[in-house]
Design a protein around this ligand. Structure first.
Ligand code: Z5A
Length: 210
């Protein structure tokens, strides 16, 4: 049984939008207030789900079929929900997750063009009634996302090598989802300075705790 004062928060956005950077800000916010929480990520969050993450991000000698990619993401998610997310919520901890199913709608549904119906089918099957209470979308234009990834350096993973059309579809999907259910989403312009993004985040989190 999940206590209704405990919330499931997710953070979304394109690569380089600042999810990892801002997740640290959210963690500090909860720590300073002594609120018990679990911070986790997708794909990943458990030993087995992290192995699936590697499979998803690595380059392979054969291409990964989009449907196989989708199934792997939901396999990782099923394990993550069962081993981390539900137990934490049931133990009275808030859960803060770096990406969740909105990413699947954006990347597999639209980026890979599998369509939202397949994602919805698996979402119902795997999550049942579990949905985030709030999803914060850090929004950046495609060109800025690419510039931040380039600036960060390092090897590009299997998603990061995609072209700007793919990422434009991903961004449009996030906008579409936020406009369809504005009460469940908070869209932040993440092309602003980090200090401005943090101020918006703080306002959102304070409202959530009210
Ligand atoms: N994926 C999927 O396809 N389907 C799914 O269902 C799920 C995931 C769950 C891995 O995700 C991949 O999985 C992802 C989609 C796919 N693919 N890609 N590409 P991930 O979340 O682990 O990886 P990521 O999105 O690539 O994360 P990232 O590159 O680490 O981005 P980030 O966490 O959003 O950014 P950051 O590391 O915090 O910041 C990047 C740089 O920008 C860094 O140097 C910061 O200092 C700088 N930064 C951040 N904010 C600012 C501001 N406001 N101003 C200036 N500079 C900034």
């Amino acid at each position: 049984m999940i206590n209704s004062s405990v919330k499931f928060l997710t953070i979304e956005g394109m690569e380089g939008a600042g999810k990892s950077t801002n997740l640290n800000y959210v963690i500090d916010f909860f720590q300073q207030r002594g609120i018990p929480f679990t911070a986790t990520r997708e794909p990943g969050g458990t030993e087995i789900s992290e192995k699936i993450r590697h499979l998803l991000l690595e380059h392979h000698n054969e291409s990964l079929a989009p449907l196989a990619e989708l199934m792997l993401i939901f396999a990782a998610r099923a394990q993550h929900i069962s081993k981390v997310i539900r137990p934490a919520l049931e133990a009275g901890q808030w859960v803060i997750c770096d990406r969740f199913t909105d990413a699947t709608y954006a990347y597999q549904g639209e980026g890979r063009q599998l369509g939202g119906e397949k994602v919805e089918l698996l979402e119902r099957f795997v999550q049942q009634d579990l949905q985030p209470d709030l999803t914060i979308i850090l929004d950046v234009p495609v060109a800025l996302s690419a510039a931040r990834v380039e600036q960060r350096g390092g090897e590009l993973d299997r998603f990061e090598v995609e072209g700007s059309d793919f990422f434009q579809r991903v961004r449009d999907a996030y906008h579409q989802r936020a406009s369809e259910a504005p009460e469940r989403y908070a869209l932040i312009d993440a092309s602003q300075s980090l200090a401005q993004v943090n101020t918006e985040l703080q306002n959102i989190l304070e409202q959530l705790l009210d």
